[in-house]
Every structure is written in C-alpha cells, then in structure tokens.
Design a protein around this ligand. Sequence first.
Ligand code: COA
Length: 416
Amino acid sequence: MSLPLEGIKIIDFTGVQAGPSCTQLLAWFGADVLKVERPGVGDVTRNQLRDIPDADALYFTMLNSNKKSLELNTKTPEGKEIMEKLIRDADVLVENFAPGAMDRMGFGWERLQELNPRLIFGSVKGFGENSRYSDLKVYENVAQCAGGGASTTGFWDGPPLVSGAALGDSNSGMHLAIGILTAIIDREKTGRGQKVTVSMQDCVLNLTRVKLRDQQRLERVGYLEEYPQYPHGTFTDVVPRGGNAGGGGQPGWVLKCKGWESDPNAYIYFTLQEQNWARTCEAIGKPQWADDPEYATTKARQSHIFEIFGYIEEWLSDKTKYEAVDILRKYDIPCAPVMNMKEIANDPDLRESGTIVEVPHKKRGSYLTVGSPIKFSGFKPEIVGSPLLGEHTDGVLRSLGYTEEQIAQLHEHKVV
Ligand code: COA
C-alpha cells in the first residue's frame, strides 16, 4: 500500500522523546526516517530504564518504530562529509539537541541552507529563541512548569503538580510535525525549505489556554464560578488549582465507586451537563432536584456542588466503575471509568483500532506500543519495531557510494 509521505526523506537527529515522537509520527505515515546516532551509544533512551539487560529499553522502542538507524560521529571530518551528503539529499532534518549544539557541530541553519535550500529544518528547544531562558536544557516536567501546566494542576492545598501525560515532550513533537507538514506544502509553492521551531514552553501553553482564559476572567470579575473555590472560598489575583473541576461550563468531578478503598482507580469522572440536568436527576434517583430552584441551574448548584457529588458517591457505592458507566450512559451523562494502565494495555477496543499494537523486535521479542491515534479512511499506518543501533549503517553508506573497503575503514576509525 502506498503511504502519503512516501518519498519524503527525513534525517532524524533527535533524542529522548520530543524529537523522536515527531519523526515517528511522520514515519508511520510513510516518510523514510533515518535516525542518526552516536556510534556505540545511540539515543540515550536505548539504555534508560531497561527492563531486559542488553535489549533496547521500551523508552526507545516505543518512540522510534518504523525508523532506520545509522551510527555516525558527526563531529569527525569523515562523519561530517557523510552527514553533508545525507543533507543534500534530504527533505527534512529534525533535531532537539541542547541549545547551540547544531551550531557547534557546524550544522547551523545557515550552513544547512547552503547545503540544501529545499531542506526543511525542524527544531525543538525548551524555550523560544528570544526567551531569557533560551540557553536552558529542558526536560518534560521543566516545560510543564514553565508553560502553566503545573501551576494549574492539582489541589488548592497542595503543591503544583505535573501531569503523567507528556505535555512537554510528545506534545511538542506533535506541534513540530504539524509545522513540518505545513512547510512541506509551502515548499511546493516556493521551492524553498524553511526553519520550523517549537518551544516546549509554548506547546504546553497552547494546551493550557483555558487557564489563560480564566486568568483574564478572574482579573475582570474577581472570581471563577466553575472552580470549587466559588462561592464559599476565596480567590487571589492568580488562577488557582481546581482539583478535578470541569474546566469548562459543565461542572464535574472524579467520584468514588465500589471498591475504591482497595483499588486506587475505582473511580469515574462524572459531568453535570447543564442541558441534561433533568435526566441526570432521574439517573441518580433524585427526580425532585430537577425543578427545585436550589438545584435546577448550574449557578444554583455550585453552592452545594460537593453535597451533590457526595450524594452521587453514595449512589455509586454499590456499583463498580464499569457498572456505573453502563447505567449512566443510558441517561446521556458524559462520564467514563478512570482507566488504569493495565486496563488500557489490555483494552480490546484500543487493540482492534490499532491504537495499541504489539510489534516484534529482534532482541526483545514482541512489545506493546501505541499506534497512530490519527485514523485515515485511505490507509492504516502499520507499526513495525524500532531499529537496532546502527542496523542500517552499511546499507546507507553503500547507497551513498561508499565501497566495502571504505566502509570497513569508517568502522575501524569509529566514524560509524
Ligand atoms: N555525533 C557526535 N556528537 C553528537 C551526536 C553524533 N551523532 N549526536 C549528539 N552529539 C553531541 C551533541 O552535538 C552535543 O555536543 P556538544 O554538547 O559538544 O554540543 C552532545 O552530543 C550532547 O547533546 P544533547 O543530547 O543535546 O545534550 P544532553 O544530553 O546534555 O541534553 C536535553 C539533553 C534533552 C536536556 C537537551 O538536548 C535539550 O535541552 N534539548 C532541547 C529540548 C528538548 O527537546 N528536551 C526534551 C527532550 S525529551
């Protein structure tokens, strides 16, 4: 089956998660992605958090499927020469090294343009180029803190909290992928490549925009009516942490179900949808609340929101999270079980849709990974295992015209 990005050549000069998640997505959609890695070392995640000695860690395998691997020391003259050949022939180069590393290596944006004016150069950094923090090295949680995610997550009486979702890393990778695809379309019109940059701080903020909405509302009216602090608590001039509050116009909360005392995930998320209030009352056995002025509007309910949620928890006490959702779905209540990772790993629907896939690996045997969360009517991305370090080195060198003797020498000198 022909894939949409077939023929697009990408040099994947990335590591850890932010860059690899971007190039992996493009590889799923058919791009020819070549990961360039330090000889003998490779992407640091190959070694991090290993569960099988001597086999690439899941951290690596789950972010580098569908790619090829070339070992290459790009700081040696021979290595630079090989890299230049690759760049001349590539459509895209993606990197997420520490600030300044590409310039130090001699592959800054100006040099890349000289080598190949059609090249699209994708780059992830922790902060924007103009930022006072632009020189900082950044990992996931640093970005979540800098982008507004942490100050707005958690409970009001606890510290800022980071999310388990990779809002800094994979989210930045997805933003960069959108930017690269946009630049590819633009190049069809202009014939020229361009530099596409994303900062992890910006990408976290893009997903935290409702809190920027709330900051402005707070400054105008002094309170936020959908937060648990309203109407009985107090507000400062900064958006507070709202626990599990809905975040939009529909109040909600995480509620205990049967078994919560021993199962930390025996909960559901329950939403009090304004337009569905009468049916919600019917579902939970409180039909009298439907027209009671104390409960009939979102505004009125906010005064006793925790009394309402407390009552619903009583109603839930003899129902598992799955039983509860099966009842509530009949009443159109927006809700879902809190799914733990074991349940997600074994979920038949996620397996069937290809969102979770099991793929073979030469050293590990098979492993579970995420497949494309984006579904197409015209094709289905096929996820294959990640490459071993340097698995494609010799093949790539041959395709660049190197003889067997030259290849042997490059190995001997540890250039590859
Ligand atoms: N051949 C030779 N040298 C190579 C190489 C290769 N194939 N690949 C990398 N290197 C070199 C780099 O040029 C750099 O050298 P320099 O420090 O002399 O300039 C060195 O290896 C290390 O680079 P890097 O991996 O960036 O540094 P680090 O491990 O100390 O930092 C990060 C890791 C993630 C903190 C840093 O890369 C960073 O802040 N990146 C931008 C933000 C980002 O993407 N963070 C999220 C990661 S999920």
